[in-house]
Design a protein around this ligand. Structure first.
Ligand SMILES: [Zn+2]
Length: 326
């Protein structure tokens, strides 16, 4: 599991910016009792915008015994192209290419199909436990792979591993400054439903030919996506006062590749329109700085920095994911 950020706060928010606060009284409330403040999120936009991004190329998640990295990259790119999503970014961990012809070919397939590459460091370290200098070296080391495999000079996009941007403000500002000085833009995220947490369970269920297990994984993946996409959009209302064009974090795993057609259909049903990463991140929200040492999707960084409370949400089914098909 390469992506881990702490989901904090289940409590209802009281009066965040952009969220209507209504007084909700039960029929049995008496005048002696204080009114309960209950937030009412604004209606969600009918046609939100999203850019898809894929982390941990060319080796996201485990590899099912019957599969190859080349096969996964080819199927993923084919689905994207069938949905007119050429130019989608995949963020590369350079060390995963070492002495692995299958992984190397996977990147060639990805770029050959018209997809883009971005920097995800050489070996996926945690910035919260690295010095800024060591981390910057990791970013620079990945560039040899990007130069070699990219077909365009548009790979100066950086995705922080684990969405960790530094455990001190000094470290955060140092790495941000280094990225700016070296021509990078930060590929911030607004939507994340931890899709890679379904990767290991899928590999297990596939190996044990457990059709019922895979059926549950399929359903719970989509339910979790719906819930966390709604949550992310409501968080934007709280953090920014309105929804913003989105960046969705996904992983180039075998299971997300399998699920992608249904996920795209789901996004369309929710009214989403697709846009390139570069266009989405021209929105002003992506140039704002929360000014605090905080991690996670951009929206969460603002919620954390401003001590705003999160909307309620149904948590990911972690215990069943951990136990299924064992
Ligand atoms: Zn990653």
């Amino acid at each position: 599991m390469r992506h881990r950020w702490l989901v904090v706060g289940i409590a209802l928010s009281l009066s965040p910016a952009g969220v209507r606060v209504a007084q909700a009284r039960s029929p049995h409330t008496t005048n002696a009792q204080p009114a309960q403040l209950q937030p009412t999120p604004l209606p969600l936009k009918r046609h939100p915008v999203v850019a898809l991004t894929f982390d941990d190329l060319p080796a996201g998640g485990g590899l099912p015994t019957s599969d190859t990295r080349t096969g996964i990259a080819g199927r993923l790119a084919a689905v994207l192209n069938a949905n007119h999503l050429k130019g989608t970014y995949g963020f590369v961990i350079g060390s995963d290419l070492d002495d692995d012809p299958d992984a190397q070919q996977a990147l060639r397939i990805w770029t050959g199909a018209g997809m883009n590459l971005g920097d995800h460091t050489w070996s996926h370290p945690s910035l919260d436990s690295e010095s800024a200098a060591a981390y910057e070296h990791e970013i620079a080391l990945d560039e040899s792979v990007l130069r070699h495999y990219s077909r365009k000079d548009n790979w100066h996009w950086f995705r922080y591993p684990y969405l960790e941007e530094g455990d001190t403000l000094e470290k955060r500002n140092e790495v941000h400054g280094w990225l700016r000085a070296h021509g990078y833009r930060i590929a911030e995220v607004t939507l994340n439903f931890q899709d890679d947490d379904w990767s290991d369970p899928y590999d297990r269920c596939l190996a044990s030919h457990d059709a019922a297990g895979i059926s549950w994984l399929t359903q719970s993946y989509l339910e979790n996506a719906v819930e966390f996409i709604r949550l992310g959009r409501e968080e934007e209302q709280i953090a920014f006062g309105h929804e913003v064009p989105n960046v969705l974090l996904l992983h180039a795993t075998a299971f997300t590749t399998l699920m992608l057609p249904r996920l795209l259909e789901l996004l369309r049903q929710e009214g989403f329109r697709f846009a390139p990463l570069s266009k989405v991140e021209r929105n002003r929200a992506y140039s704002l700085d929360p000014g605090a040492a905080t991690d996670g999707p951009l929206t969460n960084q603002f919620l954390n920095a401003r001590h705003l409370k999160y909307p309620q949400f149904t948590a990911e089914p972690v215990s069943k994911l951990n136990s299924i098909c064992r």
